[in-house]
Design a protein. Structure first.
Length: 253
């Protein structure tokens, strides 16, 4: 699958209209200069040779050089610098989405055909169909502009970057005991995490509800109710535990 995706990326980039070399140069650049850059990048070689060089470079971790904003800078270096921020955002947003999705999905299944059920089902559909950039803009407008509770850009306040240990600002602030940086990093992380978390939670809401309804119809749930266990224990201890198995599997993927 990875090999197919890599091949598709290579082919799509090559068949796209336009000249990438001319796009990075000023208008009216001499053709000789354009040809020199193409030669240095290997873009004047036959396509199959470019493809095998592309695969070889990928296997040894060479992702090429950046054309902008700093020309000649290794792309792998840019990715290493941005990876901690991506990891931090991914962990927090996924945590938010799981907590919201599991709660709303389980409660919706528990209160099947109630107003709460209809409301959470509608939430699961709408929240995932809303363009995520629009959701982010609305949260910025509400929490950042109107209420002025959260910053609308950046990872941390000016001059508050903690000593680098892992590159994760929250973790580095904790490890260095920098409370001011910790508070600033958390405040900057809330809004993007909430945006992605709400967006993804719609999937977990629908998945949890579907799994819960399937589990609640099984014989061991009927037996648990027959033993006199409270409905809350039956639903949130026995049923939910089994309904989470497919969700954990999906998270692993």
């Amino acid at each position: 699958m990875i090999f197919i995706l890599v091949t598709l990326v290579f082919l799509i980039v090559r068949i796209m209209p336009g000249d990438p070399v001319r796009a990075m140069l000023r208008p009216g650049a001499p053709q000789e200069y354009v040809d020199d850059i193409k030669h240095s990048l290997g873009l004047d070689k036959p396509l199959f040779i470019q493809y095998f060089e592309y695969l070889y470079n990928l296997l040894r971790g060479d992702l090429g050089k950046s054309l902008a904003p700093v020309r000649g800078r290794p792309i792998a270096k840019d990715l290493r610098e941005k990876f901690p921020a991506t990891l931090e955002l991914s962990i927090t947003s996924m945590t938010i989405s799981i907590l919201i999705g599991i709660f709303t999905g389980a409660y919706s299944a528990h209160k099947r055909r109630s107003f709460a059920d209809y409301g959470f089902r509608l939430y699961g559909i709408i929240i995932y169909t809303i363009p995520v950039f629009w959701l982010g803009l609305m949260l910025q407008l509400f929490f950042g502009v109107y209420l002025k509770l959260l910053p609308v850009y950046g990872r941390i306040g000016t001059g508050l970057t903690p000593e680098k240990i892992t590159g994760l600002f929250i973790l580095d602030s904790i490890l260095t005991g920098n409370i001011i940086s910790l508070v600033s990093a958390i405040k900057h992380l809330i809004m993007p995490s909430l945006t992605l978390g709400l967006y993804i939670s719609g999937v977990f809401t629908r998945l949890t509800r579907t799994n819960m309804l399937d589990v609640l119809s099984q014989d061991f749930i009927t037996a648990a109710r027959a033993r006199g266990l409270s409905e809350r224990v039956v639903v949130y201890k026995h049923a939910l535990k089994n309904a989470l198995i497919p969700i954990i599997t999906m998270l692993g993927l």
